[in-house]
Design a protein around this ligand. Structure first.
Ligand SMILES: Cc1cc2nc3c(=O)[nH]c(=O)nc-3n(C[C@H](O)[C@H](O)[C@H](O)COP(=O)(O)OP(=O)(O)OC[C@H]3O[C@@H](n4cnc5c(N)ncnc54)[C@H](O)[C@@H]3O)c2cc1C
Length: 405
């Protein structure tokens, strides 16, 4: 069977690309290894799907790495507001939440997935689910795509197979090898937006505890701050998860050394905190140090914190020395950990790495070497913070590939 355009990968990028190409009159097939389309899309935003971020294009570019600017054209042609209008026109009502995160009003990712599948069907895209692609090659002016079941010929080929994260959803990095076979360079994929592992085991007994309103700093081995933000972390068995740790993971490269610092009292300068401690010690002079810590920290963190500072929990408050008070203050402002790595692919929300942007035409998503070959979505070496930036990037690149193939 011959097609004008074949899309490999039925995620958000591939579905958008297929529907747009078909809308332009192409004969399109979309090959997906799973029985259902958009399996990963269905688990985004804890099943609620944070579809985009209702901010301007500059903000999207600033939240995408390593070169958000590569997406300038894609985000202009199919902007966050264009995506929102596109969905609303197809009956998906949207709402904007904290941090300008956009979700469907019914809090159900199925609404987004179903709108995309309907869009493809309406434009006559041939859906080919449960059809894993094994290989693709270019012979003359045509691409040959070999699946578990058939060989398909096409003039244009759009690779939208996603990254390697959450492989249980079907994204197992298959597209990287095909891109390499087409002479494209691939930046080594690494797990991103993933919990961090630290050397110190001291907090493990507080696993599950969520610390709100703390500051997390990530430094490289020379002490340079790579990431610093206020927000929420979750303590895990061997490190940290939660929004701050996931974001910091985008700067952690395997094989390099990093350290992590937590400020448990970011609202207070060191001197202010010292005055507060002095006041507490005076007002509660009959209590012991554990009692004093009770007013400063969540219950589950008290015993680990006593171990970190080496303080005697039974010591009466009035006996605490100035030095001991300063150690306490320093640790509250700066808990230090060595980062020893990240959790693996099964817990990574996105992939860092992929087909290098330099070898893709930013205005079309076409390969600079192979005419008719296009890339879309997470397969490309672009990744962003949480907040809807990754899905917007997938939709915008898919749209551009579908428009230009
Ligand atoms: C738990 C979780 C939560 C997330 N939440 C959000 C969020 O709220 N907001 C946000 O912006 N981003 C979120 N993301 C990231 C977002 O899901 C991805 O960036 C996005 O899905 C990438 O889209 P894609 O189409 O490029 O790839 P994918 O969604 O990975 O789709 C690729 C498709 O290709 C198929 N495929 C792969 N190989 C083959 C093959 N050989 N043959 C046929 N088909 C193949 C796969 O089965 C898959 O369906 C989340 C990710 C995870 C894991």
């Amino acid at each position: 069977m011959n097609y004008t355009t074949v899309v490999i990968g039925g995620g958000p990028a591939g579905m958008m690309a297929a529907g747009i190409a078909a809308e332009r009159g192409h004969r399109v097939a979309i090959l997906e290894r799973n029985r259902v389309y958009g399996r990963k899309l269905l688990i985004t935003g804890k099943g609620r799907c944070n579809i985009t971020n209702a901010t301007d294009i500059e903000n999207h570019i600033a939240n995408l790495f390593p070169q958000g600017k590569f997406l300038y054209s894609a985000l202009y042609v199919f902007s966050p507001s264009a995506l929102m209008n596109w969905l609303e026109e197809r009956g998906v009502k949207l709402k904007v939440e904290r941090g300008q995160r956009v979700f469907p009003v019914d809090d159900d990712a199925h609404s987004i997935r179903n709108a995309l599948v309907e869009f493809m069907k309406k434009n006559g895209v041939e859906l080919k689910p449960s059809n894993r692609v094994l290989e693709c090659k270019k012979k003359g002016d045509f691409f040959s795509v070999f699946t578990e079941r058939e060989e398909i010929r096409t003039e244009n080929l759009i690779l939208a197979t996603g990254g390697s994260s959450y492989p249980q959803t079907g994204s197992t990095g298959d597209g990287y090898n095909w891109a390499r076979n087409f002479a494209h360079k691939v930046k080594n994929p690494e797990p991103g937006l993933v919990p961090l592992r630290v050397k110190e085991e001291i907090l493990s007994q507080a696993a599950g505890l969520i610390l709100k309103n703390v500051e997390l700093k990530l430094r490289d081995k020379r002490g340079k701050i790579l990431f610093s933000e206020l927000g929420e972390v979750e303590i895990t068995e061997n490190g940290f998860s939660g929004a701050l740790a996931l974001s910091a993971s985008l700067f952690v490269k395997s094989g390099q050394e990093f350290s992590l610092e937590l400020d448990l009292k970011p609202g207070l300068e060191r001197e202010q905190l010292d005055r507060r401690l002095q006041r507490d010690l005076e007002n509660k002079s009959k209590e012991n140090l554990r009692g004093i810590l009770g007013g400063l920290l969540p219950r589950d963190l008290i015993i680990p914190f006593e171990k970190i500072t080496g303080m005697d929990p039974e010591k009466p408050a009035h006996q605490m020395t100035r030095e001991e008070r300063q150690v306490m203050g320093n640790k509250l402002k700066n808990l230090f950990f060595f980062v020893v790595g990240k959790k693996d692919w099964s817990e990574a929300i996105i992939t860092m790495g992929g087909v290098k942007c330099e070898e893709i035409v930013p205005a079309t998503m076409e390969s600079k070497f192979v005419p008719g070959l296009f890339f879309a979505g997470e397969l490309i070496n672009i990744h962003g913070f949480t907040g809807g930036y990754n899905l917007q990037a997938a939709f915008s690149t898919g749209f551009l590939a579908g428009e230009n193939c």
